[in-house]
Ligand binder design. Structure first.
Ligand code: ADP
Length: 487
């Protein structure tokens, strides 16, 4: 008998559909929870990418008369990881080419996102209440980010509703819509209230999620504190402060099967902490693939990221001429704001052999970069958790990070003391200025020149434990608390 049954609701899940870290978490955390005897099943929209890749499947429920929503059905399948999947098939809302949130033709959000993710939330509430026709009934619904935010509202008026928790992966994305959508989504009218789903005159999916959830988690302890302040609270700090006792920060883990330099299928050569020759070969292969001068001695800096204001890469792009004098090489993989994409492309053109930029999303290349680079740069203005700093530590590529959110929780700044006690694992800078970023990179490059110390730093990085197990145990404690059960 499983100890707890959980419906995990998400708008993306690796490897089926991914735009960012939420997909990685959704792909790995449920499997780790299942190892703890928790029966987790994942509810995800039936985008074409999911429908095509989901494997053998069976229709287990149909929903033809939910007020306000087109007909939909639920398809059961099982992920390669063994995690059961409930795919929400609604051709009117999900069967279209493009990303989960954005229309590629216009570059804007899908005009019916309120319905796309309203339905996801609605079905989550159906499955978590007496309305469900499935024999499998969860004890608890675990939603993620704004796309699942209405679940708690619908549950609040459903018969036989189970409790729900909400995980914030990024408070900046809120799913705010005009108030008239409240009626279209058949939400209880009284919920449109400051003590409810209203945020400065709009309806906010995320606020709804945070207001109605029994418990809130976020993806690092530091971010759990930061979002209760003015600077990073994005207008929700008051609500979050009032719920201070119901918020838990749980640092993400990583999928150590997917991200393992000893077995990674994307790498030309494998390596491990005791066998580092392969890393040098990865560097050579990366330099050559990206059109950089093949040179083992020049430090190769790397970025794999969404190119947005949040990620702070504008600072890095600004100091490129100074950096090249150190000297270093720089490889950038990313996509996002068009002006930043263009600057990256322009720099690559201006400094051939020294800077390479690949605009787009490329999973394989992201692994090759983690393996082939010497240092990884993450100057995020804010970062709920961040994943690349874990990957880069595991691949012996010390990260250079801003002192914020999960970056601060997972990277130990390198100095004499931390090198001596074996905890140093990267370079942390405080204060978002180009000079501070430059100074951190300079420190890293200096250490790189000291072969013995650099090896020690890499060894520390690669020896750290980033498995999901510890985080999964923390989620289990939250589930038990919400269910009023003791360990
Ligand atoms: P966020 O979710 O804010 O984008 P995270 O660091 O939590 O940031 O997770 C980002 C994930 O997406 C990582 O797995 C990262 O490697 C991946 N990623 C980001 N941009 C790209 C890209 N252009 N190509 C391949 N993978 C990418």
């Amino acid at each position: 008998m499983p100890e707890i049954k959980v419906l995990f609701v998400t708008s993306e899940i690796a490897p089926l559909i991914k735009t960012g870290g939420l997909a990685d978490v959704s792909g790995a955390l449920p499997a780790a929870l299942r190892n703890l005897n928790i029966d987790v099943r994942v509810l995800v929209p039936g985008y074409p990418q999911v429908m095509k890749q989901m494997g053998p499947s069976e229709v287990v429920a149909t929903f033809s008369d939910l007020p306000g929503f087109p007909a939909s059905r639920l398809i059961f399948s099982i992920m390669k990881s063994g995690v059961p999947l409930l795919v929400l098939d609604c051709p009117d809302l999900y069967q279209r080419e493009g990303g989960p949130y954005m229309d590629p033709a216009t570059g804007h959000d899908w005009a019916d996102n309120h319905l796309r993710f309203g339905l996801l939330s609605k079905i989550a509430s159906v499955l978590g209440s007496f309305e469900s026709t499935l024999s499998w009934r969860p004890d608890l619904v675990h939603g993620n980010d704004w796309q699942t935010g209405l679940t708690g509202v619908y549950l609040s008026v459903a018969a036989g509703a189970v409790p729900n928790i909400m995980t914030i992966h990024n408070l900046a994305f809120q799913g705010n819509f005009r108030p008239k959508k409240v009626g279209l989504l058949h939400l209880p009218p009284e919920s449109f209230h400051i003590n409810g789903i209203e945020l400065y005159g709009n309806m906010s999916f995320l606020k709804a999620g945070l207001y109605y959830a029994y418990h809130i988690t976020t993806v690092s302890p530091n971010y759990a504190r930061e979002i209760q302040g003015e600077e990073l609270g994005f207008g929700l700090q008051g609500l979050l402060r009032s719920r201070n006792n119901d918020i838990t920060g749980i640092l993400n883990g990583i999928d150590t099967g997917e991200w393992d330099p000893e077995t990674d299928r994307h790498l030309p050569e494998h390596f491990s902490v005791g066998r580092m020759a392969g890393k040098a070969q990865n560097k050579q292969a990366l330099q050559s693939r990206m059109g950089l001068e093949v040179n083992p001695d020049v430090p190769l800096l790397a970025v794999v990221s969404r190119l947005t204001h949040q990620k702070g890469l504008d600072l890095l792009l600004e100091i490129v001429p100074r950096l090249l004098e150190l000297p270093v090489q720089l490889v950038i993989l990313g996509s996002g704001e068009s002006s930043m994409q263009q600057t990256a492309r322009d720099l690559a053109q201006e400094y051939p052999g020294k800077i390479a930029a690949m605009i787009g999303f490329d999973e394989g290349l992201s692994h090759q970069i983690e393996a082939g680079a010497d240092m990884f740069i993450m100057p995020s203005r804010f970062e709920p958790c961040g994943l690349n700093q874990f990957y880069s530590q595991r691949y012996g590529t010390p990260p250079i990070v801003h002192n914020t959110g999960g970056l601060a929780d997972s990277v130990v700044d390198c100095n004499q003391d931390t090198l001596r006690d074996g905890t140093a694992s990267g370079f942390v800078f405080s204060g978002m200025t180009t000079d501070n970023l430059f100074a951190a990179i300079q420190r890293a490059v200096e250490l790189y020149r000291d072969e013995r110390k650099w090896k020690a730093l890499r060894r520390n990085c690669m020896s750290k434990d980033f498995t999901w197990e510890t985080s999964a145990r923390a989620y289990r404690r939250v589930y038990l608390k919400v269910l009023g059960r003791t360990e």
